[in-house]
Structures are given as structure tokens and as C-alpha cells.
Design a protein around this ligand. Structure first.
Ligand code: SF4
Ligand code: SF4
Length: 157
């Protein structure tokens, strides 16, 4: 896909909005890739975390169509690995917020098959994390995420 980048885009409203919501300086990212290398759900992403922030820092609004912003488990692994101290989960959240404000809802928790929810691991000590977030945890063989994707593919409202 060819993307045209201009000074107007890079200084545009979209980037300002992402930075205002997330509190992250997008241009601090030097694309080292450490976030993507350590992401535990990287196997199921359609855009790796470093690609998400690259699109965001260049004002490529197609990033809002990425499954990755909804798949990110907010596990903070990338935050721990980032040599530039970038809080990628905050960027993901900002992108979700912008997508939702544009009416681009993605997943209705009440429509999730209760049997699938029942398979989710217990919340354990992470009681403040909604149980739906724990669906993204697990080994590759047991991860529920790809199955959730299959169930909800095409259900974007
Ligand atoms: S680890 Fe940090 S600096 Fe490196 S690509 Fe990811 S967000 Fe950018
Ligand atoms: S917070 Fe999201 S992007 Fe970062 S490592 Fe965890 S799942 Fe991957």
C-alpha cells in the first residue's frame, strides 16, 4: 500500500489527538522493534506494535482499522522493553478511543459466547482487570484470542 506523507499530515489533527489522549510523544519512537519482539500476542496481530506506532507517528489513519489496537492485552511488556520509555498501551487506548468516537465500535462484550468466557483463565490477583482482558492470555495452543477473532470477524458495527 502506498501512503502519501506530508508535513500537513505529520502536524495534523490526528497525531495531536493521539498524543493528547495518550500523553505519549510519538516521535520519540525510533522503530527499534523491541516492543514487537516481546509482544506475547504478536502471533495474532495484523500489525506489530512498532508498526502501529509508526503509522500513528506519520498520521496514517488506516491504523484505526487495525485489529491490533483491539487485540493488545495492555500487558505492559512493551513498556518494560522500550528503550525510549514509550507507553504503547496508552497509544493503543488512544487509538481505540478515537475509533470509538468515530462510531467504529468493534466488540460487544455481551455478545460473546458465555462458553468462551467460561474458558478464560481466572482473574487471580489481577482483579482490577476486566475478565475479558484475560482472554488474551495463554499459550499459543490454548490462546482464545484467535478464536474470538474468528467469532467476531465481520461484526464491526
Ligand atoms: S520499543 Fe519503543 S522505541 Fe522501539 S519500536 Fe517499540 S515503541 Fe518504538
Ligand atoms: S501491551 Fe499490547 S502491544 Fe504491548 S506487549 Fe502487551 S499486548 Fe503487545
Amino acid at each position: 500500500m502506498r501512503t502519501r506523507i506530508s508535513v500537513a499530515t505529520v502536524r495534523g489533527e490526528f497525531i495531536q489527538q493521539v498524543e493528547a489522549i495518550s500523553g505519549v510523544n510519538l516521535l520519540a519512537c525510533n522503530q527499534c522493534g523491541k516492543c514487537s519482539a516481546g509482544c506475547p500476542v504478536g502471533f495474532s496481530l495484523d500489525a506489530m506494535p512498532n508498526q502501529v506506532i509508526r503509522m500513528a507517528q506519520l498520521g496514517v489513519e488506516a491504523v484505526l482499522d487495525s485489529e491490533t489496537i483491539w487485540t493488545c492485552a495492555s500487558c505492559l511488556t512493551c513498556v518494560a522493553r522500550c528503550p525510549k520509555g514509550i507507553d504503547l498501551p496508552r497509544v493503543m487506548e488512544a487509538l481505540r478511543q478515537i475509533a470509538l468516537r468515530r462510531g467504529n465500535d468493534h466488540l460487544c462484550a455481551t455478545e460473546i459466547d458465555p462458553e468462551l468466557i467460561a474458558e478464560a483463565p481466572p482473574t487471580g490477583n489481577h482483579r482490577r482487570i476486566p475478565k475479558i482482558h484475560t482472554l488474551t492470555w495463554g499459550t499459543h495452543e490454548h490462546a482464545l484470542l484467535p478464536r474470538l477473532h474468528a467469532v467476531y470477524q465481520g461484526r464491526r458495527l
